[in-house]
Design a protein around this ligand. Structure first.
Ligand SMILES: [Zn+2]
Length: 271
């Protein structure tokens, strides 16, 4: 595989790439759920898509100038407020941009400047977008989960990350395992504990990283979701019967498995 030496200059370029991609993720996170709200197919939406209209303030609808649209820098220069209506700009924007920079650099550190490194960036940023969308809207759009599932199968066709067999089995077992848990939970409690988006998300994770990461991903997701859920309940921030999105926790588990897979293996099986 072609691999370039990762120098500080390369990290700088990767960080800039992460910043640009983070800015696109913010656009995706804000616009995709709105685009999916109407029943029209995405291709026929002429007035509201990823290109049109140009970025605007969600509060006063004023179109943003180039100066107001620079990732991270504009937020700092405008001290987190819209220049026109003085409404606070959501903290989500700089957080997504910063997370995108960090994830891109960590992916390149772990996998080098290789095809696998670039695949890891796409996978991690896809999970980041899905997590924020699930957190905001309690949905995981098929356009992202299934799109990345196909991408994972296609990339692994050449066996550079995992074998095609591991990838196909990952998608199948990923979907079926959560579907079975869902049916069992519904049978026992008469309530739906998860959504179909979660099954598709785990299928996507399996297609990209292979069936071997599914169990540790579910374990990390369940433990972290329980800890956060119980903490929120104790502090009165979550009502007993209200739902909490599970997607961000699956994304956390999958990211940890991708980036620190060897360390996890060493820790749990060699000591
Ligand atoms: Zn405004």
């Amino acid at each position: 595989m072609i691999e370039f030496l990762v120098t500080p200059t390369i990290y700088l370029y990767v960080a800039l790439l992460g910043l640009v991609l983070g800015s696109f993720l913010n656009l995706l996170i804000y616009r995709l759920p709105l685009m999916l709200e109407s029943d029209l197919p995405l291709s026929s939406k002429k007035t509201f898509n990823f290109m049109q209209p140009r970025s605007f303030c969600p509060c006063c609808k004023t179109q943003l100038t180039l100066f107001e649209n620079i990732p991270l820098l504009s937020f700092i220069l405008l001290t987190g407020k819209c220049r026109h209506c003085k409404q606070a700009i959501g903290i989500q924007y700089p957080i997504v941009e910063l997370a995108s920079v960090l994830l891109s650099c960590i992916a390149i550190k772990q996998f080098g400047l290789t095809a696998n490194g670039l695949f890891a960036i796409v996978f991690l940023l896809g999970l980041l977008a899905l997590s924020v969308i699930d957190f905001n809207t309690m949905t995981l759009p098929d356009e992202l989960t299934l799109g990345l599932l196909w991408l994972g199968l296609a990339f692994n066709l050449f066996g550079s990350f995992i074998t095609l067999e591991e990838s196909v089995l990952g998608a199948m077992i990923g979907y079926t395992s959560l579907w079975l848990v869902f049916q069992l939970h519904r049978l026992l409690t008469n309530r739906e504990g998860m959504g179909y988006g979660d099954f598709k998300l785990l299928a996507m994770i399996g297609a990209c990283l292979g069936w071997g990461v599914l169990l540790p991903t579910i374990l990390i997701a369940s433990i972290s979701a329980s800890v956060i859920g119980i903490t929120l309940l104790l502090f009165g921030k979550l009502k007993k019967d209200s739902a909490m999105p599970f997607g961000p926790f699956l994304a956390l588990g999958a990211s940890i498995c991708l980036l620190w897979h060897d360390q996890l293996n060493n820790y749990f099986f060699n000591y």
